[in-house]
Design a protein around this ligand. Structure first.
Ligand SMILES: O=C(O)[C@@H](O)C(=O)CO
Ligand SMILES: [Mg+2]
Length: 256
């Protein structure tokens, strides 16, 4: 049976961030993920998750100036010091929150030799510092329609980077929504990439709403993940069509 994690950046965001943990638990979720916890002290986030009885399975490292459109700083040679501080911040939060994986965003940058070399160096640094804490560093290709110019939009490139780095705690964040927009062939790719997948996320395509409302047979994909032996969580990273709760009918058959 697939295990779903509510993405608290997109779901239950009718409420303040710290209230979303209890709302997710009330809706039957036992796990959550989100983009960024950094507006709140780690201890406050830990207490909210603990009180709700939910496990936090993923969040992102600081991405630079998100409001200004930045989507990561890893690929920029002149941001190396800021990147090192971001690693420290993310690892501090992950330790308090007992979170086993962090998404490292590349940045909106050309995939030229300079940016690629720095990207690899940054991933290696994050992986090296995360390894003793048992934390995985995840790379997620983002589709080029939502994030034009993002350095990592190709799943084969992500797989090649992970293979090239040869660090067991660097893994792929396979977001089915981005995969379908960029390449399609979702079932085959999930099976082939399973050995390097550290986390999966889902949403309908193309509108990024509830599973079951788009062009893919999402129920079949969830069955497939069981068939191929995926053991991790599936992050529900979609924008509800109306309220979060009103749109949760799709999950009933999977909540046991
Ligand atoms: O798919 C996404 O957009 C997220 O998983 C993310 O981390 C970057 O926006
Ligand atoms: Mg995603």
């Amino acid at each position: 049976m697939p295990r779903f994690a509510a993405n608290l950046t997109m779901l239950f965001n009718e409420r303040p961030f710290l209230d979303r943990f209890a709302a997710a638990a009330d809706a039957g979720f036992r796990a959550v993920e989100f983009l960024f916890p950094y507006d709140h002290p780690a201890e406050a986030v830990r207490k909210a998750a603990e009180a709700a009885g939910v496990q936090i399975v993923l969040f992102n490292m600081p991405p630079g100036d998100w409001a200004a459109g930045e989507r990561g700083i890893a690929a920029f040679p002149d941001r190396a010091e800021e990147f090192s501080r971001a690693v420290a911040t993310a690892l501090d939060y992950a330790a308090v929150l007992s979170v086993p994986r962090l998404h490292l965003m590349a940045g909106v940058a050309p995939a030229d030799a300079t940016h690629l070399a720095r990207y690899r160096e940054a991933i290696a640094e994050a992986a090296e510092r995360a390894a003793p804490l048992g934390i995985d560093i995840l790379l997620e290709p983002l589709n080029g329609r939502d994030v034009p110019g993002y350095l990592l939009s190709d799943f084969a490139m992500a797989a090649a980077e992970i293979a090239g780095l040869q660090r067991p705690n660097v893994k792929l964040q396979f977001d089915i929504y981005h995969r379908q927009i960029m390449h399609g062939d979702v079932l085959t790719a999930l099976k082939e990439m399973l050995p390097i997948i550290g986390h999966i996320q889902t949403a309908s395509v193309p509108a990024r709403n509830e599973p079951g409302t788009g062009e893919l047979n999402d129920a079949r994909i969830f069955e497939w993940l069981d068939e191929i032996g995926y053991q991790g969580h599936i992050g529900c990273e979609y924008r509800p069509l109306s309220s979060t709760e009103a749109g949760l009918g799709w999950i009933a058959p999977w909540q046991g």
